[in-house]
Design a binder for this molecule. Sequence first.
Ligand SMILES: *Cc1c(COP(=O)(O)O)cnc(C)c1O
Length: 376
Amino acid sequence: MQKNTQCVHSGSRIDPATGGLNTPVYPSSAFRYLDTAENIYPRYYNTPNQKSVVAKLCDLEGAEDGILFSSGMAAVSAVMMAYLSSGDHAVIQKDIYGGTHHFVTADFKRFGIEFSFTGNAAHEIEAAVQPNTRLIYIETPSNPLLMITDIQAVAEIGRRRGIVTAIDNTFASPINQNPLNLGIDVVIHSGTKYLGGHSDLCCGAALGHTKDIGRIKSAAVNLGGSLNALTCYLLERSLKTLAVRVERQNANAMAIAEFLARHPAVRRVNYPGLESHPAYAVARRQMWGFGGMLSFEVDERHATCEHFLRRLKLVTPALSLGGVETIICAPAATSHVKLTPAERTQLGISEGLLRLSVGIEDAEDILADIAQALSR
Ligand SMILES: *Cc1c(COP(=O)(O)O)cnc(C)c1O
C-alpha cells in the first residue's frame, strides 16, 4: 500500500459492536488481567488506541514497532535516557530543535553524560565519535535553518562503529522522508506538528526495530510520558489526511520559497527545495518532498522584523508549526529563546531570522499577504 492509503486504512479498527468504521475510543485505565496475554495499562504503552496509531505510524515509517508519547520532548528524552548512562558520550548535531538543545545542555551533565555538538556534515559527525560514544543524534531538515544532513552517510557511520543512530524526523514527516529505510535505527516525531496537523494536540512518537523500541519502552515506562486515549483518537483522525496535507504544504512552500528568493527585501531564504540550497542534491536523494517549513531574513533596510510581523494579516505570528494554517515566528524569541545570544550567533540564528510554517491555504493568498507586509 502507498502512503495515502496507509494514512486512511493502516491500524484502524472497525467497531466490533456496531460495525462503525472508526476505531472506538477506549478510555479505561483499568483492564482485566486474568485471561489476557499481557497486562494492559496506559503507561505500559499498550492500550488499543495507542496500538492503532502506532500501527499506522509503523506502516508510514516502515518500522517494526513504535511508542506514542504525550509530547515530542517525552519521545526525545526517553530515547536519550534509553541509550545513555553515566560515563557515556553522545554525538549531537548542533542545529536542532531548541528544546532538545536545552535538554542536552541543561541536564546531561547532572547524569554524567558527555556530549559533543557537531556540524551536520558526515565527516564532522564521525570526527566527534569517541570510544564511549553510544548515540548519534541528528535532525534533518533542521530547525530553524533547514540544513540537510546526509542520513545514509550518518547511518553508515553508526553501523560501522556499532553506535545507535536516532533522528528527529518532525520537519519532514513520514510523507517526505523515511530514515529507517536509509539505515537509521530510531525515528522520533513531535506529533504536535505535522502528525496532529491542526494545532490542537500535543504528542510524540518513536519508531524503529522491535529490539530498539523494547529498550526505549523500558525507559519510557519509568519516565511515564504516555498518551491518553482521546488524544490518540484525535491523532488517528488527523493521520488520515496527513499525506494530503503534506503534499499541499510541499507545493505551497515551494511557491513561497521561490517568491521570497526573488524579493528585493529578502536577504536569504533557507529551503531545501531551492537549487541554491547547499545540500539540494542530498535533499533530492533522501526526500520525496521538500516539506512545508522554510526560514528567511528580511533586509532590515526595507522593514524591521517586528514591523513585518505586525503588518501580516493572514499569516499569524505564533509558536509551533505543522498545522493547516500558515504561521511565522522569530526563533530567537521563541523556539531558541533559551539559548544564550552567543549560542544563537554560533548556530547562525540571527535576531532577524523568521521561520515560516506553511499551511494548506491557497498559495496566492499567503503570497499576497507576505508581499503587502514586505512593501514599504
Ligand atoms: C516541537 C518540536 C519538538 C518537541 O516537541 P513537543 O511536542 O513540543 O514536545 C522536537 N523536535 C522538533 C523538530 C520540534 O519542532
